[in-house]
Design a protein around this ligand. Structure first.
Ligand code: BES
Ligand code: MN
Ligand code: ZN
Length: 481
C-alpha cells in the first residue's frame, strides 16, 4: 500500500483547516486567520518549549463551527536532519485526521515534504488501525521542492511495500511482474526516447545463458529464479552508464544450511536491495535523471529440498568461474556474482553499484542506522558517502582488506563462497571481497544493507519492517551530479 496521504501545495491556509501546524520560527501572521489570544513567545515560554526538532506545543483555537488546533512545532537548528524530524513529528501528530495544513519552515522543503509523507507509511494486511492523516497541505512551499519530496517518498514506499510483502505471494516471478509494471508506468518522452524498458530471464533462459549462481540457489524452490533487467535512458544523450545490481532473494531459509527460526522469520526482506533497485528505476524518469541506468535484480528463493544445492557442490558462475558452495546460506553473493559478471561482460558500464542484505556481520559492525559501502574507487566511495549524508540513508566506508581474500581459496574450485574456520573473520568484508572478483576492472561499489534493511521501531520516518534503505541515497547520487 503506497502512501495514501495526498500532498497538495497552496499559498494560503484553507479556510476550513481545523488543524494547522506552524513552525516556532515564524511569527503567526494575520493571514493564518487564527487568534491564539496569547503571544506565541509567551505560549512557548509557558510550556517550557525549547524549540527542538520533534517538539510540538498544541494550542486549541476557536474555528468556524467549533474548536481547532494549532500545532506549534520546533525545527531545531533548521538543518535537513532537524527538518526531517520535525516533519515526521507533525504528520504523526495528525494521525487519524482528514487533513492538516502545514506552514513550511525556512530551509529544504524537499526533505521536509519527503519526511512528512514517509512518516505516513504503513503496511497492513487486514483492517488498518489509526490511519495516517488523509491529506497534507504545505503552505507557502516551493512547488517543485514538494514535488521532488513526494517522488522520493513514494519510491521509498514502493521499496517498503515490495519487501514487506509475504514470501508466499512474493515469488521471483511475482517480483519480475512488479518490476515490469514499473517500466510500463514510465512516461516515454516526446520522441526523446526517455523511458524504461524491461527484460526478464526465466529459469530455462538462465540455464541456457550460464547463470549458474541463480540456477543453483533457486533449484531447491518450487518458485524458480528470475533475472530482471530494467533500462532507463534519459531524454538528453547521457555521458555516463551506471549499472545497479540488487539482491532479490524473496525468502532466505538458508537452504540446506538451514537458519534457525529466529533468524529465518525476517528473511522475506532479503530482496530489499532488489526492491530498492526497482524503486529507483521507477523514479528516474520523473526526476529527470541525466544518466543512463541499468538495473539488474537477481531473484531466487533459497529453500531446502530434494532438489536443493548441497554444501560441497561446485557451481559455475556466469562467465565461467567455479565456486565451491560450502554454505548454502551464503547465497546472496552467488546470485550477485552472476549479475555482476554479466554487467561487466555485456553492458559496458562506467560504474557498477550493488546493493544487498548480504551479511549478519555488518549489523554487528555498524548497527541498524548506518549501511556499509565498500569500493575499489575512492572517488565513488566518497560520492556515495556524501549522498548518504544528504539523503539520510547514511553510509560508512568499510575496507576491502586484501589479506582476508586468502580465506576464500578453495582446493577444488576457483573460489569458495565462505571462509571455513575463522582465520580472518570479518564476514561482511570477505563477502565484499568475493563480489569484487566478479566486477572485473569496473569502478565498483557494494552496499551491505543487512543491518538497515529493516526497522524494529515505528518512529520518525521509519515504520516497523522494511525501511526502503538505498532508494534515497541512490536517487540523490544519480540525480544530483
Ligand atoms: N540474508 C542473509 C544476511 C542477513 C542476515 C540479512 C540478517 C538480514 C538480516 C545472508 O544470505 C546470510 O545468510 N548470510 C550469512 C553468511 C554466512 C553464511 C557466511 C550470515 O550473515 O550469517
Ligand atoms: Mn543466506
Ligand atoms: Zn540472504
Amino acid at each position: 500500500m503506497p502512501i495514501e496521504t495526498a500532498a497538495l501545495v497552496v499559498a494560503d491556509v484553507p479556510a476550513d483547516a481545523d488543524l494547522l501546524a506552524v513552525p516556532y520560527s515564524s511569527e503567526l501572521n494575520p493571514a493564518l486567520a487564527v487568534d491564539l489570544h496569547v503571544p506565541v513567545a509567551d505560549l512557548l515560554a509557558h510550556y517550557e518549549a525549547k524549540g527542538e526538532a520533534g517538539e510540538i506545543v498544541e494550542v486549541p483555537v476557536a474555528r468556524e463551527g467549533g474548536v481547532g488546533r494549532v500545532l506549534l512545532y520546533g525545527v531545531g537548528d533548521g538543518s535537513p536532519r532537524a527538518l526531517r524530524r520535525a516533519a515526521a513529528a507533525v504528520s504523526r501528530r495528525a494521525r487519524g485526521r482528514e487533513g492538516i495544513a502545514v506552514v513550511v519552515p525556512d530551509g529544504d522543503v524537499t526533505v521536509f515534504a519527503e519526511a512528512a509523507l514517509l512518516a505516513c507509511y504503513f503496511f497492513k494486511i487486514g483492517t488498518p488501525g489509526k490511519k495516517p492523516v488523509a491529506a497534507i497541505t504545505f503552505v507557502g512551499a516551493d512547488e517543485q521542492g514538494v514535488r521532488r519530496g513526494r517522488i522520493l517518498a513514494r519510491a521509498v514506499a514502493l521499496a517498503r511495500d515490495l519487501a514487506n510483502t509475504p514470501a508466499s505471494v512474493k515469488t521471483p516471478a511475482w517480483l519480475a511482474d512488479r518490476a515490469v509494471e514499473q517500466a510500463v508506468g514510465q512516461a516515454v518522452g516526446q520522441g526523446g526516447g526517455q523511458g524504461v524498458t524491461a527484460r526478464v530471464w526465466d529459469e530455462e533462459q538462465l540455464k541456457a545463458g550460464g547463470f549458474g549462481g541463480l540456477v543453483a540457489v533457486g533449484m531447491g524452490s518450487a518458485n524458480p529464479p528470475r533475472l530482471i533487467q530494467l533500462s532507463y535512458t534519459p531524454a538528453e544523450p547521457a555521458t555516463r552508464h551506471v549499472v545497479l545490481v540488487g539482491k532479490g532473494i524473496t525468502f532466505d531459509s538458508g537452504g540446506l544450511s538451514l537458519k534457525p527460526t529466529a533468524n529465518m522469520k525476517t528473511q522475506k526482506t532479503d530482496m530489499a536491495g532488489g526492491a530498492a533497485v526497482i524503486a529507483v528505476l521507477g523514479a528516474l524518469a520523473e526526476l529527470g535523471a541525466p544518466v543512463r541506468v541499468t538495473g539488474l535484480i537477481a531473484s531466487a528463493e533459497n529453500m531446502p529440498s530434494g532438489t536443493a544445492q548441497r554444501p560441497s557442490d561446485v557451481i559455475t558462475q556466469y562467465g565461467g568461474r567455479t565456486v565451491e558452495v560450502l554454505n548454502t546460506d551464503a547465497e546472496g553473493r552467488l546470485v550477485l556474482a552472476d549479475a555482476l559478471a554479466y554487467a561487466d561482460a555485456e553492458l559496458d558500464p562506467d560504474v557498477v553499484v550493488d546493493i544487498a542484505t548480504l551479511t549478519g556481520a555488518i549489523t554487528v559492525a555498524l548497527g541498524r542506522d548506518v549501511g556499509a559501502v565498500y569500493s575499489t574507487d575512492d572517488d565513488l566511495a566518497k560520492q556515495l558517502v556524501d549522498a548518504g549524508q544528504s539523503s539520510d540513508d547514511k553510509l560508512w566506508r568499510m575496507p576491502l582488506i586484501e589479506d582476508y581474500a586468502a580465506g576464500l581459496r578453495s582446493s577444488i574450485a576457483d573460489l569458495s563462497n565462505v571462509e571455513i574456520g575463522s582465520t580472518y573473520g570479518g564476514g561482511s568484508i570477505t563477502a565484499a571481497l568475493f563480489l569484487r572478483e566478479f566486477a572485473g576492472k569496473r569502478s565498483w561499489a557494494h552496499l551491505d544493507i543487512a543491518g538497515v534493511g529493516r526497522s524494529t521501531v515505528d518512529e520518525g520516518v521509519l515504520a516497523k519492517g522494511a525501511t526502503g534503505f538505498g532508494v534515497r541515497v541512490l536517487l540523490e547520487w544519480l540525480t544530483k551530479p
